[in-house]
Design a binder for this molecule. Sequence first.
Ligand code: ARG
Length: 280
Amino acid sequence: MKKVISVLMAVAMLFSVCMLAGCTDNTTNNNEETSTDEDVSLTATSGSMTATEGVLVMATNAAFPPYEYVEGGEFAGIDVEIAGEIAKKLNMKLEIKDIEFGSIVGGVQTGKFDMGMAGMTVTDERLESVNFSTSYATGIQVVIVAEDSAITSLDDLKADGSMKYGVQQDTTGDIYASDTVEKGGYGEDNVIRYKTGADAVQALIAGKVDAVIIDNEPAKSFVAANSGLKILDAEWAVEDYAICIAKENSKLLDAVNNALADLKADGTIDKIVAKYISAE
Ligand code: ARG
């Protein structure tokens, strides 16, 4: 009898191990240490909204004044301050990672960072990889040229190889300018990509490019910081800035959208913007 019971118990134990582990032929991943799909969804619904509980990790590219830059060893700018207010509302500590602009979307998509905030334009292509919050600002792509340039309007910008355009790599200025003429660009061969907008502006000053295509507010900062440059009086493209968040992290997306709505309603965002951008 004892033997029968122990055999029964062994069968029962085997059965329950099978239940836990799935008991498929692929034994390598089927031990009790591996979390099942059930565990993952449990974490997603009951766990933290961020990779580290209580910490909101924001990826940015801090070479984009007045949205994000480094001053006296500290991060400053519109995005930095808005992110600080969002973190406060969510009861979290804000941690900023300064990386290449082109690495932000991928890093957010793979969960390396909780969100990306970098004067980032909402585009269809980026929406394939990440979600975006509601927009908190409008961005305008403009054209910077030398003060004495023969280029005086958008019509003077040629795609016949006689002109080179400087852009910050992986930005919408880069993406649109590199596009074909039929699609409103100047062709990849006529575009020179720089690591930062400031580098593109230095190339313009050095005569290596004929024009720089970049967002309006950074353009104003760069023109103010360097003599001999001007911004063409025209809008090359109008865009929406928003915060990108991993597609599966709808919890954080909702929380950020709620925080943004509050910060818009109580005038905080306007106040932050006014601190950095003087009304014209
Ligand atoms: N708005 C442009 C884009 O989304 C440029 C943003 C660049 N931002 C930065 N922090 N460097 O592509």
